[in-house]
Design a protein around this ligand. Structure first.
Ligand code: HEM
Length: 456
């Protein structure tokens, strides 16, 4: 039972149904529900759900309070564990307290700026390998291509292995797992109740365990110097005790999944937006030509590829790869003048805040040029938070930004991508903002100056 609060202390919000409250609507209506809450009720919204009090925060300062200033009072909580625990176990995305701190510290060196530099060449190399399979006029399933490419990159960068033969197994496991994360029965019914969605989740975990166990076996036999699995295998606590196999497995599965689906989603929406905005694509390609003059992009080119960065930033504003974040209050708090009881769930949505006209003029327009230093300085800090903020901020943010810019620059130097259908993309908000259906694109080789998207 949730703590009773006097009506005068509750922020406005929908009333919902007896017993289940507004939980079914909040899950079934997905992002539309979140947008409606913000439009109808303002900055702090409340609804009673099957599992107690729920709050949606729509103001960047309130979000900053939860994620940054008072983060010690918030944990990921039961809802998060129930959704992601079956796949990720207790890896750093899910874990809390001392275990999270220790493992984040152990994994961190793999994301040091010096190491990330080393990954740049491999990222463009694997993109070139992908482009070798593309032919002028091909119709490509772009999201599949991006998923495969980012998966190969994360495995090579973080584990020092090629996982080519497992790519299909991993993607099939993810395809069956992600829809289960937003399945209503899975969220509403107690753990232990057998459900088809839960069986799919278990099967997905088994597949990933097989892949990761094989990587661990390889690394035990032939340890590398810098890869994450070798670092985790070599780690000892103060008493000299190593991590258990289960812990290493959970961290590896977490990194594989957190590290590729998100970036693939960002890249897919960027290609979609570029195809819909030929004027942006032309300017992008002209910028690539002038900076690179036909060379492959390197880490050193990135400071000059400012338009590429603006494109990625703007694409993740409109289509944030992670559309929302949830936390659970461990103790009481106060936000926007309203008391927040212990145990309440707090929802913060990049999808909503990034499209708020208080912070962005013409918020639904795709305008990379809006990202001037002046805008960045004038925005409230958490009006843009694709990677979250505070201690639980994405560990792979630099990696992802490097990867997205290098991959786009490499692809668009050689190809113009045309949408094969003029249907608008629908987003399926699970843990990420996957497109609801495959994004089909016809790829055209840029033979010369008169090819589409190249102004001369
Ligand atoms: C565009 C790409 C990416 C986006 C938008 C993104 C977004 C996020 C967000 C929003 C969180 C916080 C989730 C929460 O607090 O509930 C997060 C956490 C995390 N991300 Fe990313 N991510 C991206 C790429 C990556 C990459 C490339 C990696 C690794 C190679 C990665 C690994 C992680 C991990 C391990 C965490 C958990 C960190 C912790 O709790 O300490 N992410 N990411």
């Amino acid at each position: 039972m949730s703590e009773e609060l006097p009506a005068s202390e509750l922020p406005p919000g929908p009333s919902g149904f007896p017993i289940v409250g507004a939980t079914p609507q909040s899950i079934l209506d997905g992002l539309e529900f979140r947008e409606r809450m913000a439009a109808e009720y303002g900055d702090v919204v409340h609804w009673e759900g099957i599992d107690g009090h729920n709050y949606q925060l729509n103001h960047p300062e309130h979000i900053e309070h939860v994620l940054v200033h008072n983060n010690a009072n918030y944990v990921k909580g039961d809802r998060f564990q129930r959704v992601l625990g079956p796949l990720l176990g207790n890896g750093i995305l899910n874990s809390e307290g001392e275990e999270w701190r220790r493992n984040r510290h152990l994994v961190q060196p793999a994301f040091h700026p010096d190491r990330i530099e080393v990954y740049a060449e491999m990222m463009t190399g694997l993109t070139e390998d992908m482009l070798e399979d593309w032919r002028d006029g091909d119709r490509r399933a772009i999201h599949d291509d991006m998923m495969e490419l980012t998966l190969r990159i994360v495995a090579r960068a973080l584990f020092g292995v090629d996982i080519d033969r497992y790519v299909d197994d991993i993607e099939t496991a993810l395809d069956s797992f992600l829809p289960a994360t937003s399945s209503l029965p899975n969220i509403l019914l107690p753990e232990g109740v057998p459900l088809p969605s839960r069986r799919r989740m278990d099967r997905a975990r088994e597949t990933l365990e097989e892949v990761v166990d094989e990587i661990i076996r390889q690394k035990r036999a032939d340890p590398g110097e810098n890869d994450v699995v070798s670092m985790l295998l070599a780690a000892r606590d103060d008493e000299g005790v190593p991590l258990s196999d289960e812990q290493i497995r959970d961290e590896a599965i977490t990194l594989i999944l957190a590290g590729h689906e998100t970036t693939a989603v960002a890249l897919t929406y960027t290609t979609y937006l570029l195809a819909q905005h030929p004027e942006v694509e032309s300017k992008f390609v002209a910028d690539l030509d002038s900076v690179l003059d036909g060379r492959r992009p390197t880490m050193g080119d990135l400071p000059d590829l400012t338009y590429t960065e603006q494109i990625v930033t703007e694409s993740m504003r409109l289509f944030p790869p992670v559309p929302g974040i949830v936390r659970e209050a461990s103790g009481p708090d106060e936000i926007g003048g309203y008391p927040i009881p212990a145990g309440a769930r707090v929802f913060m949505n990049q999808w909503v805040v990034h499209r708020d006209s208080r912070w962005y003029d013409d918020p639904l327009a795709f305008e990379p040029e809006r990202w001037t230093p002046e805008l960045e300085q004038s925005l409230p800090r958490l009006a843009y938070f694709p990677f979250s903020a505070g201690p639980r901020r994405c560990i792979g943010d630099r990696f992802a930004m490097l990867e997205a810019r290098l991959l786009l620059a490499t692809i668009y130097q050689d190809y113009h991508l045309e949408l094969a259908s003029d249907r608008n993309l629908e987003v399926v908000p699970t843990v990420t903002s996957r497109p609801s259906e495959e994004v089909s694109m016809v790829v055209h080789e840029r033979a010369g100056d008169d090819s589409p998207g190249r102004d001369g």
